[in-house]
Ligand binder design. Structure first.
Ligand SMILES: Cc1cc2nc3c(=O)[nH]c(=O)nc-3n(C[C@H](O)[C@H](O)[C@H](O)COP(=O)(O)OP(=O)(O)OC[C@H]3O[C@@H](n4cnc5c(N)ncnc54)[C@H](O)[C@@H]3O)c2cc1C
Length: 355
């Protein structure tokens, strides 16, 4: 294994991916530095609605991903216990959409074991055109307090001996034996030597550039779309008050959700946007104006040594790039990185939840 000698990991970015990587590596006996540019973990992980996806949104077009997501969902549910709040995921099919996608979606849910129920007479409020809804499904999804979980993970990381360096700015990197020497401006200026894992979320391309790596990311189906519609109107469309993950599959296999998502500068295909606009037009009286979207990015470089699918990880020029495409994936990435580094998969549910 190429990196078995690495005994210090420098994890850049303390979102869910970086935190889980740092904890796992620390439990495996590595010396770990966790650099964060903010005072606290920020990025997407700190802003999410906290939906632990059941995997249903990936079913029908990426069953492998849906399966892993469902496995992780079960793991998180068992770990989080009473922290979780059960909410629903609601999937709609409009009358103009073909049955083909729905059939493959349902058949995948059955194969994978993701529970679902069809709702015969859903309560639907707001401006939605009920007559255009053909079928309505409920899948069990869980909501967590993401900020609380992040704080807990950070506390655990620090207690385990991870050297957490908030407000860090990387100034310079240079090659050194067994990895890189990284100059970091924190309170002081530090020079750290070790093996870097870049887990800076949508800033991965920017940070990778410092390491001389040019990252190309590709659009990931399942983008979140932000509509120029009042959020409370959108929330009204859901079945029960207090539950709110409304997912609308389109023929292209994408979903929209009433999630407030900032535009992050990545691109979405014309075809995908056209498909989503059509679905929205069918559902609402209004002509929706899409004003922004979030792409859950996958890095398109593959990792030859990982036993997991290459999309989630990459290592080039002796660095690992790690990017999760949903919250649950933090665990998978941590394991995959441990796998690449040849270190023990030591993260246990018990350690994670110890207060
Ligand atoms: C609004 C929104 C809602 C979402 N809702 C859900 C949901 O309900 N369920 C779900 O599963 N997924 C959801 N997602 C997706 C999910 O949040 C992300 O896939 C996941 O949090 C990404 O984690 P990450 O650790 O890879 O990146 P991030 O959480 O973005 O973490 C990256 C970290 O790196 C730091 N950083 C950046 N640059 C540097 C640097 N130069 N030096 C040091 N540190 C740096 C950032 O400050 C940040 O703390 C949502 C995303 C958004 C934006």
């Amino acid at each position: 294994m190429r990196y078995s000698k690495a005994d210090r990991l420098i994890v850049i970015g303390a979102g869910i991916t970086g935190l889980m990587t740092a904890i796992n590596a620390r439990l495996s006996g590595l010396d770990v530095y966790l650099l964060e540019k903010g005072k606290m973990p920020s990025g997407s992980s700190a802003r999410i609605a906290g939906v632990l996806h059941s995997g249903a949104r990936f079913a029908g077009w990426d069953d492998e991903l849906a399966k892993v997501c469902f496995e992780e969902w079960k793991w998180w549910v068992s770990v989080l216990g009473k922290e979780e709040k059960k909410i629903g995921g609601y999937f709609l099919k409009t009358k103009t959409e073909s049955d083909q996608y729905l059939e493959s979606w349902l058949s995948s849910l059955k194969n994978i074991g993701i529970p679902f129920t069809e709702v015969e007479n859903p309560y639907i409020g707001g401006d939605i055109k009920k007559e255009n809804i053909d079928r309505f499904y409920f899948v069990p999804e869980i909501q967590i307090n993401a900020r609380k979980l992040l704080n807990k993970l950070l506390e655990l990381a620090i207690n385990l001996g991870v050297n957490y360096l908030p407000s860090s700015v990387i100034q310079e990197v240079e090659r050194a034996d067994g990895g890189y020497r990284i100059s970091v401006r924190n309170k002081d200026t530090l020079k750290l030597e070790g093996f870097p894992v870049i887990s800076s979320g949508i800033d991965i391309p920017e940070v990778a550039k410092i390491f001389g790596i040019n990252v190309t990311s590709k659009v990931y189906q399942g983008s979140h779309i932000l509509l120029n519609t009042d959020l409370t109107d959108l929330l009204e469309f859901v079945h029960k008050p207090g539950t709110y993950d409304l997912l609308i599959p389109s023929d292209l296999g994408t979903f929209i959700t009433p999630t407030l998502v900032p535009y992050n500068g990545l691109t979405v295909s014309e075809e995908e946007l056209a498909g989503l606009s059509q679905v929205l037009k069918n559902l609402f009286e209004i002509e929706p104006e899409v004003i922004g979207y979030m792409i859950a990015g996958r890095i398109s470089i593959s990792s030859p040594d990982s036993t997991l699918k290459g999309d989630y990880l990459a290592y080039t020029q002796d660095t690992i790039l790690a990017w999760s495409n949903n919250y649950a994936c933090g665990k998978r990435l941590a394991y995959a990185i441990a796998d690449i580094l040849g270190i023990k998969k030591a993260l246990t549910a018990a350690s994670l939840i110890s207060d």
